[in-house]
Write a protein that binds this ligand. Sequence first.
Ligand SMILES: Nc1nc2c(ncn2[C@@H]2O[C@H](COP(=O)(O)OP(=O)(O)OP(=O)(O)O)[C@@H](O)[C@H]2O)c(=O)[nH]1
Ligand SMILES: [Mg+2]
Length: 403
Amino acid sequence: MGLLVGIVGKANVGKSTFFSALTLKVVEIAGFPFTTIKANRGVAYVRTPCVCREFNVRDNPVNSACIDGIRLIPVEVIDCPGLIRGAHMGKGLGNQFLDEVRRADALIVVCDAAGETDDNGQPVPLGSHDPLNDIKIFESEFDEWLLALIRKDWDRIVRMAEAAREEIGKYLEEKLTGLGINRGNISEAVDRLGLDAYRAGRWSIEDLKRFASELRRISKPLLIAANKADKDPAERNVERLREAGYHVIPTCAEAELALRRASSSGLIRYNPGDRDFEIQNPSALSDAQRRALEVIRERVFRKWGGTGVQDAIDQAFFKLLDVIPVYPVEDAEKLTDHHGRVLPDCYLIPRGTTAKEFAGLIHTELMEGFIHAIDARTGRRLGEDYVLKENDVIQIVSAKAKR
Ligand SMILES: Nc1nc2c(ncn2[C@@H]2O[C@H](COP(=O)(O)OP(=O)(O)OP(=O)(O)O)[C@@H](O)[C@H]2O)c(=O)[nH]1
Ligand SMILES: [Mg+2]
């Protein structure tokens, strides 16, 4: 639980704009590099169709919200300082960036798909810079940093593992836990590369480099927000990024921020992720505002079908982190908690979670006294090893149920 998504990338590409659009937090945004010096943390919402429609009930959400049949589940995001080439050696804001990103479980790498900022985030003519390059730099800086961390003390760790005839992961794990990397991740990287975990002393420096890179891919899955999609060069760049094999979402953070602000002040009707917006109160709009909204409709909605910002956060959770929404209730027939609230909570849990593990996520005692679970759709009893499915509505029956 408590998964965290990092908004990262080169300096001056729109990360803070993106973050602000997601969280409606006011942060510093400016057209020059290193505007953000300290990371910003905030709460965003992931969207999923709520089960209230299927059950045909009016719900009373507690840990989340439900708007027009869409469940909005709070998640944490962090807006990181910009990263440029040489960061792992301290260039720009250097390791500060890398320190911030440690705890992230997945990354949204924002890039300037308009190609109007250079390697260092300085403005250059539209379309003159290749954003694919920025993604490569980002990955290689991260890998170099991770490699340096792994190599520190490497010889000693290898000696210990080899002397004990143990896998390298057993001794390397401790060093990497702060980065959200566990022994399972290490084994997976070793296996994927066909290395010998018992003979890490024989790994070449090239092996180590590939290992660091593989570990990064496993522990920090990423997608690309091809930002500034309102500008012309974006179309070609989105295509190129996709051809390079990346999971790419064209975004216009600036438009999303403007729409969410306009919506919260009642000027327009717009829910994040919607495919269009509606002007509520035409007379309250200035000419400039009306024109700005027309430009957004033309350049963003007609062209891309939306701003992409909400899609990016949704996909970070549902695709990269592969979580599923599950609704715990205390009464499977009435779909309520003990206050009589209908479908109060929605949890995002890793696919593969069992009924008993789920009980543990809600409350330790619920897990300790676990007797069985009940599927609210069928009324059937489920054992502790039952693997939860998307949109399950589940009652946990426990000897230690806490009220
Ligand atoms: N055209 C256009 N401009 C954008 C978009 N998103 C952000 N910008 C502009 O890009 C510039 C940089 O935005 P920031 O959000 O401060 O960028 P950042 O990546 O956080 O920058 P650093 O914190 O300095 O690394 C600002 O002038 C924004 O208004 C967008 O979708 N389209
Ligand atoms: Mg910023």
